[in-house]
Ligand binder design. Structure first.
Ligand code: PMP
Ligand code: GLN
Length: 384
């Protein structure tokens, strides 16, 4: 039987994500994988023991829908200590299956048919499909070269009565740029008096370098009152495979968020939530992360000093952008594939983060790796 109209794709232009493609290519070619962002070293033994302890203690059934109250309490305390913002653990924090689910849930909770959502390119890949599956229209703004900053005057001009949401991401994947206090004040100014909701993707909140402070929207009361703030334990505790994250938002926003959350996943992994509740009590476990990754960044950039690739400085995240414009005029997607197959090193081409595949001959390398991996990678990069 033939039903040509059985499926009319809701995402006709979406294929397999670049992360899946490049990681597979790296495996198939036995290449060093600096493409998909995940550590190649273990998370803490203590945390594994804590998860194990809670599994053995019988904490293996459904957690409460918004997450364990103990975990939400400690997150409220952390948010207040770090950013000076009070959130009620009972009604303003929800534990999610990674940041990806939190992002989808927040968008789905508030974006309707015809609503416009502003995102900044290069943009992390899960925003646009979530907007469009919910009937929204993605409005693309380009970050400005050379250091990937936001032109707020341009943003202001793009705002109209259809604008429902602005998505920001600081520290920023893939560029490693961070937003400043001045950026936050501009965002506050242009959203004041509007019904625009902000989704602030802060999954790299603790991976920020050179003594800079992370500018969470939680620090800015007039932004916080209209914002979903999203973070990920995967990034902070080297456990991307555990897929746990959270969202904090004022009560009115969180009520809508939970209406979607409860039917998307209902609740998330119970023993890991118990383990995190204990592990988060020691603030060094997350406050040390910036230095930890700064050392890796510095090790990597020192090791590739001899390379012809040009460095684009990273102020945060665990990604380093390198430009190859002095080496080749090839398309970045082709070049990334060739480097993987011929040189044995996998990266992510930046054009995939632009809806029109803007190609500036830049690749993203993940430095969340053991020193020996980074040393091997550098040896290859220095030969290119
Ligand atoms: N946002 C950004 C900017 C990310 O880089 C990632 C993952 N690397 C996510 C969201 C998704 O996080 P999670 O793995 O917790 O779903
Ligand atoms: N966020 C990770 C990255 O940017 C990838 C996550 C994924 O594979 N979806 O590399």
């Amino acid at each position: 039987m033939n039903y040509p109209n059985l499926i009319n794709s809701k995402l006709p232009n979406v294929g397999t994500t670049i992360f899946t493609i490049m990681s597979k290519l790296a495996t198939d070619n036995n290449a060093i994988n600096l493409s998909q962002g995940f550590p190649d070293f273990e998370c803490s033994e203590e945390m594994i023991s804590l998860v194990n302890k809670h599994m053995k203690a019988g904490n293996n059934q459904y957690a409460p829908m918004p997450g364990l109250i103990g975990l939400r309490e400690i997150l409220a305390q952390k948010t207040e200590e770090l950013y000076g913002a009070k959130y009620d653990p009972d009604s303003e924090i929800t534990i999610t299956a990674g940041a990806t689910q939190a992002i989808y849930t927040a968008i789905s909770a508030v974006v309707r048919e015809g609503d416009e959502v502003i995102i900044f390119e290069p943009a992390y890949d899960c925003y646009q499909p979530a907007i469009e599956l919910n009937g929204g229209k993605t409005v693309y703004m380009q970050l400005q070269s050379p250091d990937y900053t936001i032109d707020w005057e341009k943003v202001k001009k793009m705002i109209n009565h259809h604008t429902k949401m602005i998505i920001i991401n600081t520290p920023h994947n893939p560029t490693g740029s961070v937003m400043s206090v001045a950026d936050m004040i501009m965002l506050e100014k242009i959203t004041k008096g509007t019904d625009i909701i902000i989704l602030s993707d802060e999954v790299y909140e603790h991976i920020i370098f050179d003594n800079q402070q992370h500018q969470s929207v939680a620090r800015f009361p007039f932004l916080a009152e209209r914002s979903f703030i999203i973070s990920s334990f995967g990034k902070t505790f080297h456990t991307t495979g555990w897929k746990l994250g959270y969202c904090v938002a004022p009560k009115n926003l969180m009520a809508e968020f939970r209406k979607v959350h409860q039917f998307l996943v209902f609740s998330c992994n119970t023993p890991i939530q118990y383990a995190l509740t204990e592990y988060l009590k020691e603030s060094e476990n997350y406050l040390s992360l910036g230095n930890f990754y700064q050392q890796k960044r510095d090790y990597f950039i020192n090791a590739i000093k001899g390379s012809k690739l040009n460095l684009i400085p990273a102020a945060g995240t665990y990604f380093q952008l390198l430009s190859y414009k002095n080496i080749s005029k090839e398309k970045d997607t082709d070049y990334a594939i060739r480097l993987t197959k011929e040189f044995g090193i996998a990266s992510i081409p930046i054009s995939v983060f632009y809806h029109e595949q803007e190609d500036n001959h830049v690749l993203r390398f993940c430095f969340a790796k053991k020193e020996e991996t980074l040393a091997k990678a550098a040896e290859i990069l220095n030969k290119i």
